[in-house]
Design a protein around this ligand. Sequence first.
Ligand SMILES: [Zn+2]
Length: 464
Amino acid sequence: MQTMLPTPTPGGIYSELVRRQRAELQDAYMKGVRRLRWDAARLAAERERRLRELLVHAAEHSPFWRERLAGHDLANFTEADLPSLPILTKTEMMTEFDRILTVPGLTRARISEHISSLDGDRYIDDEYRAIVSSGYAGTEAYHVYGWDSFITFVMQGSRWTGRRGEDPAAVLAQCFSCSARHESGAFYAFSSFEGGGPTSHCFDATLPLGAMVDRLNNIRPGVEALQGWPSLIWELAQEARLGRLTIKPTWVSVAGELCTEPVREAVRSAWGIEASEFWGCSEGTYAFPCGVGEGMHVADDLVILEPADADGNVVPYGQPAARMLLTNLFNPVQPLIRYDLTDAVTMTDEPCPCGCAHRRILSVNGRIDGVFKYDGGAVVPRADLEQTVVATPGVVNFFIDQNHGGVDVSVVTDGSTDLQQLRTELSDVLGRHGGPSTDVDVRAVDSIKRLSRGKTRQFDTEAV
Ligand SMILES: [Zn+2]
């Protein structure tokens, strides 16, 4: 097998490319903002047009999709026909990676080498970018974007700026990941190249808390908008209440983990404002709150999100779904069609009082897929355990591990959690599924260890 070495872009060329791509982003941004005002019929027509183009392109250029789409009338395919196609799982996507991508030479081996050698934002072949997502369950997946699709992805992340109630010119500190291997770091490097936009600072969420507090305190002009994982924002809010963190943000935004009620309460208590939640994924989409109606608007012009149950059947709007199936309509390089996002959400197509016709995710209820399997054959859905922990008053963050006789659960709490009650409820969940409950250990801890990219680990084992 031939191994192709990555060809990182030389620095000088990188600068030229970024300047050109950022100039194109300006145009894409204006068009993207206008599409936020499109009515539902126009959005549906746009999705259908893009869907047909994507399917035809995928069948022409990807051996995997050629097989999977065989026998379907792609030129006349509609959104309503999507359930006739199978779900694409993350494991299948990574296994079939080379046959799914539509660009010859962009192989999993090459992408892997490129990502592992990254020391900053870099192109592959002066055109493509690759990022990695780890997800809650720790299974890595690669996502490759071409020139136009990367612009569209960045545009999608910025076109709601200023429409959610925040000041678009505010000095921003974002505390996710600064590594260009991850979406947040790649976006930051690209968007802040040679300045020009609002002042923005990136903090890696793996920084020790004390160091992060020091650095946040010393930013001049002072931080006005703060973004990060909810568990980290909770820790920063504690630091603010103790007088150690002295910034006075007027906008706090969280994403990437479940945002629990104690996190919201801590933000209120520390800074007197409501935390704003958004949702996004490395597979290419974001959902943002409009600040008027409930929930977060999805990018109805760029992706199709189908709420589905545990078995993959589409769930009507308004009902809680166990997962979402993503069809990315703007990335022909790596066609993701009915890709399994293991986010449990409730979606709605009810009109929003803000007037925007893009549908909404009303709530993100969980992000966990898979099961714990025990001797004797018992199978316990991890989502049931997670829901029990998250519903417990006072729980800020948590970590669930399987053991021989039940589960080991660590929780970060605001001090009000009844650990004995939680232990009883977890035993009940295990018992309902025929699992063992002889060893259900629940303990309070100060913090949960973070993954290298900073997101905390809420479950231990790999996705099943
Ligand atoms: Zn709205």
